[in-house]
Design a protein around this ligand. Structure first.
Ligand code: ACO
Ligand code: ZN
Length: 281
């Protein structure tokens, strides 16, 4: 993998066209040199091939037969679908997705070695096809127990609960694997806000039900959230107290409710009964 910490580099592509959206980009992304002189790129919203000119895209759309991401549909609930794409089987798609995502991710490594990753692409589906809303990537094998490498909600879809859906989804996969997980660091500001909101909501809901009679280990087993993340979340909320030589979790219902209110909305729920998936071997 190649480290692409490129925040200092000049932004090259200023806008992209993707499906029915024209989107302003946020950061530099290392597109191949022949795209260096482009201010705008045109993406096929299904296979993510990118082109320099609108006419090329129009021609492409007449012959591209994809109406959804490649790979397996592993979740469908209402109009929401999740597709799992193996970077090894769909290398070009994986690379295109990384180029696209880097436009909105600052300090993340861009992996050219997409073979080692699975991509989970969230779509809103209608009669024209399945339109990408966002995605997360995940290493097939992570020594650091990362259950998510990069996460992105495309700007037109942000702040509607999709990010928390993706985060929740990553933990549902970890539960199916029987493992705890944590996102790869560093987190962006928006990433941290979203994770904090998710962790707070999930943990405090359980604390409320159990009236605090629960250990960090038990919380971790129930949620697949790594113990360290539970501890920092609860410490950040000042819910951990040190009494008689022991750490105890404070679970005053009024305090919990106050924090829950501040944690924002719950996001879109993952209906686990609609997830059909077996862990990667
Ligand atoms: N201003 C303030 N708070 C925000 C904002 C914002 N612009 N965006 C998100 N948040 C916070 C809020 O607390 C929000 O909850 P609320 O709406 O209930 O108050 C919470 O984050 C999550 O909101 P969602 O709607 O569920 O998340 P969204 O779909 O917007 O996706 C994400 C969040 C993925 C981080 C998105 O902002 C994004 O793609 N950003 C660019 C890429 C990025 O930074 N990714 C994370 C990098 S770290 C990593 O990949 C491991
Ligand atoms: Zn296409």
């Amino acid at each position: 993998c190649v480290n692409m910490k490129n925040s200092q580099k000049l932004k090259n592509i200023a806008t992209i066209e993707l499906g029915r959206y024209e989107i302003e980009t946020w950061y530099f992304s290392p597109f191949p040199p022949e795209y260096n002189d482009c201010l705008r790129l045109y993406f096929c919203e299904f296979c993510l091939t990118f082109m320099k000119r609108k006419e090329q895209l129009q021609r492409h759309m007449r012959k591209c037969d994809l109406k959804h991401p490649p790979g397996d549909e592993i979740y469908r609930s209402g109009t929401l679908s999740m597709f799992e794409i193996d970077g090894k089987k769909n290398k070009v798609y994986g690379q295109n997705l990384c180029y696209l995502a880097k436009l909105f991710l600052d300090h993340k490594t861009l992996y050219y070695d997409v073979d080692l990753f699975l991509f989970y692409v969230l779509c809103e589906c209608d009669d024209r096809g399945c339109h990408m809303v966002g995605y997360f990537s995940k290493e097939k094998h992570s020594e650091e127990s990362y259950n998510l490498a990069c996460i992105l909600t495309l700007p037109p879809y942000q702040r509607k609960g999709y990010g928390k859906f993706l985060i929740a989804f990553s933990y549902e996969l970890s539960k199916k694997e029987g493992k705890v997980g944590t996102p790869e660091r560093p987190l962006s500001d928006l990433g941290l806000l979203s994770y904090r909101g998710y962790w707070t909501r999930v943990l405090l809901d359980i604390l409320k039900k159990h009236k605090g009679n629960i250990s960090i280990k038990e919380l971790s087993d129930m949620t697949a959230i790594k113990a360290e993340d539970i501890l920092t979340t609860l410490q950040g909320l000042e819910l951990i107290q040190y009494r008689k030589g022991q750490h105890v979790i404070c679970a005053d219902p009024k305090v919990l409710d106050r924090h829950l209110k501040a944690a924002g909305r719950g996001g879109l729920d993952v209906d686990v009964s609609k997830l059909i998936w077996t862990p990667y071997k």
